[in-house]
Design a protein around this ligand. Structure first.
Ligand SMILES: [Zn+2]
Ligand SMILES: [Zn+2]
Ligand SMILES: [Zn+2]
Length: 130
């Protein structure tokens, strides 16, 4: 049944059916790393800078910013942060997706490789642990 050894499988591990944009022009030309502000606090996500909730938060990946804000499904403080600053790229601490507010798309890039592995080290693999 095998159709060859070079099958395309890069999307198999995406937990949600979104198309990733690989050519977001807002990605900086540097290897991204997990900001210190994104580390767990007492086993939880670090709190939103504004409302201090510890679920569904995002971290701004703008260099030297790294602010923590809650998602648009909470009190959308990360969206407010983007509107106020134009910082465009942020990372979900819940599902590890990376989003560009300017492109309004989920994005990925080889510059995020180190960030992804640091995230798994900090938060574990999020795929349905029993
Ligand atoms: Zn973009
Ligand atoms: Zn908030
Ligand atoms: Zn920011």
């Amino acid at each position: 049944m095998a159709t060859g050894s070079s099958g395309r499988c890069e999307f198999e591990f995406q937990p949600f059916p979104v198309l990733l944009k690989y050519d977001c022009p807002h990605i900086e030309q540097r290897p991204y790393t997990l900001p210190a502000s994104a580390r767990k606090v007492n086993g939880h996500q670090p709190p939103c800078h504004e409302c201090h909730q510890t679920e569904e938060n995002w971290v701004c990946l703008q260099q030297d910013c790294n602010l923590i804000g809650c998602s648009r499904y909470r009190l959308k403080h990360m969206l407010d942060h983007h509107s106020a600053t134009n910082h465009s790229i942020c990372l979900s601490l819940s599902d590890h997706s990376i989003y560009c507010y300017v492109c309004e798309e989920y994005i990925d890039h080889s510059n995020f490789r180190q960030l992804h592995s640091q995230l798994i080290g900090e938060y574990g693999d999020q795929t349905f642990a029993a």
